[in-house]
Design a protein around this ligand. Structure first.
Ligand SMILES: *[C@@H]1O[C@H](CO)[C@@H](O)[C@H](O)[C@H]1NC(C)=O
Ligand SMILES: *[C@@H]1O[C@H](CO)[C@@H](O)[C@H](O)[C@H]1NC(C)=O
Ligand SMILES: *[C@@H]1O[C@H](CO)[C@@H](O)[C@H](O)[C@H]1NC(C)=O
Ligand SMILES: *[C@@H]1O[C@H](CO)[C@@H](O)[C@H](O)[C@H]1NC(C)=O
Length: 397
């Protein structure tokens, strides 16, 4: 947040801190990409159950002059990047060209496709509006069963490639595993997967899930009031009224968020954090409940029958592509112990490529994958080297 945005300004002139956010808080993702000097394309993808998703493609880096008749060079390395809960394609561009993964990959010769799952600003439905409950009753089950297959088919169709590289953060990894479990034929369309902060086992959040979903029954209580998720306006209202984000040491909001994702003051970016909170997307209750069911049962289970319904594990043995798991040492949401548990399972079925820390920084938390002050140097530049290595290993044919 701007240093001008101090309490006395707010009090004297009634200025909202929000009004002083940088323009990055308000720009669309395609405009952000254009402003950064990269080519960008918007693609409309239809899912089998009627959702319309907008993908954002960065087909080339800054320094490469693209021939208009040849938008994607043959043999180009195609990668799809999938965001987490409350996120969007914007998660991978708002840090700018030196830091954000999309740009570093594009400059390294990748054809970058940013996914937008149903529920983001870049999604709609052929028949339903966002005011209808039916629009919002989905979780990573539907992301994996409908959204990802539709987007992957579209990308393969446009690029003429046979396989894509898959990279996900948080729920973007959960969706990968639900896709492979429910539609194993997609193993043939992915060469390898890099999963950052994989959210498959969540026993560490069991107490929170129990309190919110069982004891307080918050989501159903809210549904009865016509609310289908944590709406961005609720977050922005809280930020405006309760938070002093520019003083993180004393700010209740920052400390609350740290308690969920892991504390990392050193890498906490004061400029970017309010922008992220301003760009946050609706978090549907169904998605939170599905994560809650996984936390409560300790099983990577479907949502069949709801939170209290039967436990029906996703069949992870259907995963047949190599998976690299990347964890944050101080990620309190997708905790290392839980990622190591997933790693054991993937190892036992022979698909674990590697499980590795994001970097050597011991306080690396769940958001640092996207917004750490030094995310370019700490994570993304080495990550692109890793992806290069895996690409050469698995795409030699
Ligand atoms: C949308 O509505 C039309 C007309 O009622 C119907 O034929 C179609 O199946 C609906 N599509 C979806 C995905 O619900
Ligand atoms: C691929 O693109 C062609 C031409 O635009 C279209 O006719 C076809 O339906 C597409 N296939 C898929 C699977 O999207
Ligand atoms: C939560 O609320 C819903 C609807 O109000 C109700 O049907 C359900 O039984 C409640 N669940 C618990 C665990 O209290
Ligand atoms: C899981 O999938 C594997 C093969 O992909 C199959 O052999 C196994 O029976 C399935 N397990 C269950 C519980 O459905």
């Amino acid at each position: 947040m701007d240093s001008l945005c101090s309490m006395w300004l707010v009090l004297l002139f009634g200025v909202y801190c929000e009004a002083q956010l940088r323009k990055e808080a308000y720009m669309t993702v395609p405009n952000l990409i254009k402003a950064a000097g990269y080519p960008v394309e918007k693609h409309r993808v239809y899912t089998r159950d009627g959702y319309i998703l907008q993908m954002h493609r960065i087909p080339a880096g800054r320094r490469i002059v693209r021939r208009i008749d040849e938008p994607s060079a043959k043999g180009k390395k195609v990668i799809i990047i999938v965001h987490g809960l409350g996120g969007s394609s914007g998660d991978f561009v708002i840090m700018g060209p030196e830091k954000s993964l999309s740009y570093i990959l594009a400059d390294a010769g990748y054809d970058v496709w940013l996914a937008n799952l149903r529920g983001t600003d870049y999604s709609s439905h052929v028949n339903l509006t966002k005011n209808e409950q039916k629009f919002w009753e989905f979780s990573f089950h539907e992301h994996g069963k409908y959204d990802l297959p539709a987007m992957i088919d579209h990308v393969l169709n446009v690029t003429g490639q046979e396989k894509i590289i898959y990279l996900g953060h948080s729920m973007g990894t959960t969706s990968f595993f639900t896709m492979m479990s429910t539609k194993p034929e997609y193993n043939d369309k992915v060469s390898f997967c890099v999963a950052m902060g994989a959210a498959v086992y969540l026993e560490n959040v069991k107490p929170v899930a129990k309190l919110a979903l069982v004891n307080l029954n918050i989501t159903n209580m809210m549904r009865e009031r016509g609310v289908w998720g944590i709406h961005p306006s609720m977050v922005q209202g809280a930020v405006k009224n309760l938070c002093t984000l520019n003083q993180p040491e004393v700010d209740l909001c920052t400390n609350f968020i740290f308690s969920i994702i892991g504390e990392d003051r050193e890498q906490h970016d004061l400029d970017i954090f309010p922008i992220y909170l301003h760009r946050i997307q609706m978090q549907p209750f169904r998605s939170l409940e599905h994560f809650g069911k996984i936390a409560l049962t300790g099983v990577f289970t479907t949502f069949t029958g709801g939170v209290n319904g039967p436990v029906k594990p996703y069949n992870l043995t259907n995963v047949r592509v190599p998976v690299t798991l990347v964890y944050g040492e101080n990620d309190q949401l997708t905790e290392k112990s839980q990622i190591l548990k997933l790693a054991e399972e993937l190892r036992s079925i022979g698909v674990l490529e590697e499980v590795r820390p994001a970097c050597s920084w011991p306080k690396f938390n769940h958001f640092d994958f996207l917004f750490a002050k030094d995310v370019g140097k700490l994570l993304n530049k080495p990550l692109v080297k890793l992806i290069d290595k895996l690409y050469n290993k698995y795409n030699t044919a």
